[in-house]
Design a binder for this molecule. Structure first.
Ligand SMILES: *[C@@H]1O[C@H](CO)[C@@H](O)[C@H](O)[C@H]1NC(C)=O
Ligand SMILES: *[C@@H]1O[C@H](CO)[C@@H](O)[C@H](O)[C@H]1NC(C)=O
Ligand SMILES: *[C@@H]1O[C@H](CO)[C@@H](O)[C@H](O)[C@H]1NC(C)=O
Length: 187
């Protein structure tokens, strides 16, 4: 449609922008995670400590939508420092939320810290895991789903169900033993 007059063309443009602003509206998701060591869970036949989040192993699903803002208040109830990283989530100008040694202070035992990050323009399945002291051999990992916004169609029919598949190593020895052994090899 050829624009006849600037003033008339401006009106539909402004309404469309307003509509976009409404659709782009993102949610804040507030989570509280209690991280503990549980010695009663036996994922394999060997009895060893497991790191749980809110009593769960693997940890709880973060189920979000593109552009949502995630607030995770992590309480470290373990007897050693903790960091959790959000694998594949792009921390744009926000690297101190990435939960890795060097950009983030470790959450000391008995203390809590709140991660805040935006799932900006991302879509798909991701995961989180503890990034220091070989904790990932003991648990505290779990799935992150970033669903598409309704205005962004996906090129397949809506699935009947969704399952998060976490694949990793499980060691015969405790993560504490592994951590101490491997420290000798890590520069
Ligand atoms: C995750 O969020 C999506 C989008 O809001 C929703 O359709 C789905 O039911 C949720 N899944 C779970 C397990 O909460
Ligand atoms: C620790 O948790 C308390 C209670 O939920 C909260 O008010 C506070 O902001 C948290 N501290 C940090 C550093 O996230
Ligand atoms: C695994 O751990 C158990 C219990 O500590 C021990 O008896 C067994 O020898 C270990 N197996 C291997 C292959 O290291």
């Amino acid at each position: 449609m050829a624009p006849v007059c600037h003033r008339f063309c401006l009106i539909p443009f402004v309404s469309f922008t307003t509509l976009l602003l409404v659709l782009v509206n993102a949610d804040d998701i507030f989570l509280e995670w209690q991280v503990n060591i549980d010695t009663t869970i036996k994922p394999v036949s060997v009895d060893q400590p497991v790191i749980t989040i809110n009593g769960m192993f693997p940890g709880p699903l973060i189920n979000a939508t593109t552009n949502d803002i995630i607030h995770v208040n992590v309480f470290n109830n373990m007897d050693e420092p903790l960091l959790i990283t959000w694998n594949g989530i792009q921390q744009r100008l926000n690297s101190w939320q990435d939960g890795v040694s060097g950009t983030n202070c470790q959450i000391q035992p008995g203390l809590n810290w709140t991660y805040v990050f935006t799932l900006k323009d991302q879509i798909g399945t991701f995961s989180y895991f503890p990034s220091i002291n070989f904790h990932k051999a003991g648990g505290a990992f779990g799935p992150i789903r970033v669903n598409n916004r309704v205005v962004i169609p996906v090129p397949f029919p809506k699935p009947h169900g969704e399952f998060d598949l976490l694949v990793g190593d499980w060691y015969n020895e405790s993560f504490k033993v592994k951590s101490h052994t491997l420290t000798h090899y890590i520069v």
